[in-house]
Design a binder for this molecule. Structure first.
Ligand code: ADP
Ligand code: MG
Length: 699
C-alpha cells in the first residue's frame, strides 16, 4: 500500500493533533491556554510536555534535541544535545526535562550583537517559542528534535530575528483588537498576522558550481559575459518542468510535507534556471520558521539531484534575480480575514479601517519598509527593471482606488464590480472577472484579500520585513483606536478618520507601471523617497521617529534598534569584502594566467605565420586586443586592491560600509568589465570558468 500525502503530512511534527493524543487532558488544556496567549507555561506542565515530546521523538529515531534559533546572521543556528543521562551504575537513560525544553544556554559571544555584548560576556539564552511546533528532522543518519526558539542575551536584549517578530505580533494583536472592539466587534479575541512567502531560487549543475569560487564563497557570479541567449524569449516562465527539476521538486515537497510545511505551488520563474515555491499561508512566526526550513531543504535536496540551489538575490547579471513575495494579512481567532473586502467593500467599515490603516502605515514609514529589505544582494535588484523600484508605493487596483477616492470626499457609496469575461469560444464558459487587474511591478500590492510585499530579497529571513510591517500597522491602528475610543459617535468618527487618511495619504497609491522613468519623476513630485543605496537606507533606521515607534510598541528598545543597524551595516561591508577578495583571487589566479597563455599562443601564431612570409595582420590585431585587455585587467586589479585596503582601514561602521559601496563596488565593476571582454575572446578550452550559457541552460 502506498503512503498518501495525507498520511505523511506533518508526520515529523509534534503538532496539536499529536499533543492531544500524547498529553494528559489537563496538560493539553494548560498548553492550549499558553498557545492562545492567555498565560505563560508553568514548570510542571513543561515537564510533562517535555517527557511526551522526548518519547515521541525517540520513537522516530531521534537521539538529540536542539534549540533552533535565528541569530542576526539571517541564517539559523542549532546546537545539538543528546538525550542521554548517565546513571551511577554505568548505564544511561534518555532524559529531557521541562527546563531543557523551555530554556537553552548557548554561548552568545560568537553571534553578531552589534555591540550589545562583548566577546567575554558570553551568556545568552534561547527560549522555546511554543506557538511554533517542534519537529524531528533527519540529516543523513542523524535524527534530531528541533525546538523553535527565540534568542536573547544575558541582559534580555533580543539577539535574533524572532524575538522582535513575536513582540510585533503582540503589538498588532493589541491594537487591532482595540479597533475591533471600538467598532462594535465583541466576538473576536485575538488578531494574528498571517504570511505566505513565495520563494524564488536558481538551480544549476553541481559540476559548474564547483568550478566557480565566486558561487562557492559569495553566492553569486562575479564574472560572466552576457550569454547569446538570456530570458528574451520569455519561454521559461510557467514552462513545463524539466524532468530532473521535477524530480527535485517532488523530493523537496515530500520532505517539506513531513515537516508540516504546506508547500503548494511550484513553477518555472522568469529567468532560465529559476524556479519558485510557495506554501499555503500560516501565522507569521510559523511561516518564518517554515521558510527557513524550506530554504534549507531546497539546498540539501538539490545536492541529491546533482544540482546546487542558489538563493542569492542576484546570482547572474543580465537575467532576473530572486525575491521573496511576502503575502500578508490579519486574521481573527474566529476566522475573519480583516483584509477581505467582501462583495461590497464600500460599506464594510472594518475592512475600510484596516485597509486605510495599512495605507497610512506604509506612507508614513516607507523608508523603514525600504530599509527592511536592504542588503548587499538586493541592491542589484531593486530598481533594476525586474523587481520593484526602491520607491515604495501601494497598488490598490481599480475597485479599491475608486473607493479610496470616494472616501476622500465623504462616505463611499458604491463598489465597482468585475462582471464576466467572455472568451468568444462557444465551448468555454464565461468566467467571473476579478474587480481588479494584477500589477506585477508594484512593491506593495493589494491582491484580493491580502497585501503582497514584493521587495523582499530571496535570502532574507521573512522576520525582518514582517516585524516592521506588523509594527507600523499596529502604530496606525493605535492612532485610530485612540480616536475611536473617545468618540461619541463612532461611525461618524470612523468616517472622518477614513477621510483624513484618504486625503493625506493618497500620494502613496500608484496603479501604473513601476518600472518606468516617468514613475520615478512622478514619485519625486509627490515627495516619495527613492533610496537606491543600501547603506543610505540602513543608515536611516535609527531615526528619532523609528526609535520612538519601536519602543512605543515594545518591539525593540533604542539600544536594540541601534545594535541591529550596526549589524546590518557590518554584514554589508563583510559581504562586499568577501566578494572583492574572491574577485581578486579569481582574476589573479585564473583569468590572468589563462589570458596570458592565450596571448602567448597568439604571439606564437604571429611569429609562425610571418616567419613563413604569411600575412599575420589578423593574429596581430587579436594579440593587441588581448594584451590591451590584460593590461586593463591588471590595472583594475591594482585599483581594487587599493580600494579594499582603503575600505578595510576605514573605521566607524557607517563610513566602513560607505567605503565598500563607493570605492570597492565601482572598482569591482572595472575588473569585471575587462574580464568579461576577455571571456568573449579567449579560446574556450583555456577559459577557466563555466560560462553563463552553460550554467543557465545545461541540465
Ligand atoms: P500568486 O498568484 O501571487 O502566487 P496566490 O493566491 O497563489 O498568489 O498566493 C500567494 C501566497 O499568498 C500563498 O502563499 C498563499 O497562501 C498566500 N496567501 C493567501 N491568502 C493569504 C492571507 N490571507 N494571508 C497571508 N497570505 C496569504
Ligand atoms: Mg505572487
Amino acid at each position: 500500500m502506498s503512503i498518501t500525502v495525507s498520511d505523511s503530512f506533518g508526520r515529523n511534527v509534534f503538532n496539536e493533533a499529536t499533543m492531544r493524543e500524547c498529553l494528559p487532558k489537563n496538560v493539553f488544556r494548560s498548553l492550549k491556554k499558553t498557545l492562545d496567549g492567555a498565560q505563560p507555561l508553568d514548570p510542571v506542565t513543561a515537564d510533562v510536555i517535555a517527557n511526551a515530546m522526548k518519547d515521541w521523538a525517540i520513537a522516530k529515531g531521534a537521539t538529540h534535541y536542539c534549540h533552533w534559533f535565528q541569530p542576526m546572521t539571517g541564517l539559523t543556528a542549532e546546537k545539538h544535545d543528546a538525550f542521554i543521562s548517565p546513571t551511577p551504575d554505568g548505564r544511561t537513560i534518555m532524559e529531557f526535562s521541562g527546563k531543557e525544553l523551555i530554556k537553552g544556554e548557548p554561548d552568545a559571544s560568537s553571534f553578531p550583537s552589534g555591540g550589545l555584548r562583548a566577546t567575554f560576556e558570553a551568556r545568552g539564552y534561547t527560549a522555546w517559542d511554543c506557538t511554533s511546533p517542534v519537529f524531528v528532522k533527519e540529516n543523513g543518519k542523524n535524527i534530531t528534535l528541533y525546538i523553535p526558539s527565540a534568542f536573547c542575551s544575558y541582559t534580555g536584549d533580543a539577539l535574533d530575528k524572532k524575538t522582535p517578530l513575536l513582540r510585533s505580533m503582540d503589538a498588532l494583536n493589541k491594537q487591532a483588537v482595540r479597533v475591533l472592539r471600538a467598532l462594535g466587534n465583541t466576538s473576536s479575541s485575538r488578531v494574528t498576522a498571517t504570511m505566505g512567502p513565495e520563494q524564488e531560487y536558481f538551480l544549476i549543475d553541481q559540476e559548474f558550481y564547483r568550478k566557480r569560487l565566486d558561487l562557492v564563497l559569495a553566492g553569486r557570479t562575479l564574472f560572466g559575459a552576457k550569454p547569446p541567449r538570456g530570458q528574451e524569449l520569455e519561454d521559461h516562465y510557467f514552462g513545463s518542468l524539466h524532468e530532473r527539476v521535477a524530480n527535485f521538486m517532488n523530493e523537496v515537497n515530500n520532505e517539506l510535507w513531513k515537516l508540516g510545511v504546506t508547500a503548494k505551488t511550484q513553477h518555472n520563474e522568469v529567468a532560465p534556471a529559476q524556479y519558485e515555491l510557495a506554501p499555503v499561508f500560516s501565522t507569521v512566526n510559523v511561516a518564518a520558521d517554515h521558510n527557513q526550513v524550506t530554504m534549507d531543504t531546497l539546498q540539501k535536496v538539490a545536492l541529491h539531484h546533482g544540482f546546487v540551489c542558489l538563493l542569492h538575490e542576484k546570482p547572474f547579471a543580465g537575467v532576473n534575480g530572486s525575491g521573496k513575495h511576502n503575502n500578508w494579512s490579519m486574521v481573527t481567532d474566529d476566522g475573519i480575514n480583516l483584509l477581505d473586502p467582501g462583495d461590497t467593500p464600500h460599506d464594510n467599515m472594518v475592512f475600510l479601517v484596516m485597509l486605510c490603516a495599512v495605507v497610512k502605515a506604509v506612507d508614513k514609514n516607507a523608508m523603514l519598509l525600504r530599509a527592511s529589505v536592504a542588503n548587499a544582494g538586493n541592491e542589484h535588484r531593486l530598481g533594476a527593471n525586474e523587481a520593484p523600484p526602491a520607491i515604495v508605493s501601494v497598488f490598490l487596483g481599480d475597485q479599491l482606488t475608486d473607493i479610496f477616492e470616494q472616501l476622500a470626499k465623504g462616505p463611499a457609496k458604491s463598489s465597482k464590480v468585475g462582471g464576466q469575461l467572455k472568451l468568444g469560444v462557444s465551448t468555454l464558459p464565461p468566467l467571473p472577472k476579478d474587480c481588479t487587474d494584477r500589477n506585477r511591478t508594484s512593491p506593495f500590492a493589494f491582491t484580493g484579500n491580502k497585501f503582497e510585499f514584493r521587495m523582499v530579497g530571496s535570502t532574507q529571513s521573512v522576520s525582518g520585513p514582517s516585524f516592521v510591517l506588523n509594527t507600523i500597522v499596529a502604530d496606525a491602528l493605535c492612532d485610530i483606536a485612540d480616536e475611536l475610543e473617545k468618540a461619541r459617535d463612532v461611525k461618524a468618527t470612523a468616517q472622518n478618520i477614513l477621510q483624513d487618511i484618504a486625503v493625506k495619504h493618497a500620494r502613496i497609491l500608484f496603479n501604473g507601471d513601476n518600472y518606468t522613468a516617468e514613475w520615478v519623476a512622478e514619485a519625486e513630485r509627490r515627495g516619495l523617497s527613492n533610496i537606491r543605496s543600501t547603506v543610505e537606507s540602513l543608515k536611516g533606521i535609527p531615526s528619532k521617529e523609528n526609535l520612538a515607534l519601536f519602543s512605543k510598541h515594545g518591539v525593540l528598545s533604542g539600544q536594540e534598534l541601534k545594535a541591529r543597524t550596526e549589524i546590518l551595516l557590518e554584514v554589508y561591508s563583510r559581504q562586499i569584502n568577501i566578494e572583492a577578495q574572491t574577485m581578486l583571487s579569481i582574476a589573479k589566479r585564473q583569468i590572468l594566467p589563462a589570458s596570458c597563455e592565450y596571448s602567448a599562443r597568439l604571439a606564437a601564431a604571429v611569429a609562425a605565420v610571418s616567419g613563413v612570409g604569411g600575412n599575420a595582420e589578423t593574429q596581430s590585431k587579436m594579440l593587441a586586443r588581448v594584451c590591451e585587455l590584460v593590461t586593463t585587467l591588471e590595472n583594475g586589479i591594482g585599483k581594487l586592491e587599493e580600494a579594499t585596503a582603503k575600505a578595510a582601514a576605514t573605521t566607524g561602521c557607517e563610513a566602513h560600509a560607505e567605503s565598500y559601496a563607493h570605492d570597492v563596488l565601482p572598482a569591482m565593476g572595472v575588473v569585471r568589465a575587462a574580464a568579461d571582454e576577455l571571456e568573449a575572446l579567449v579560446d574556450a578550452k583555456l577559459w577557466p570558468l563555466p560560462i553563463y550559457a552553460e550554467m543557465l541552460f545545461l541540465r
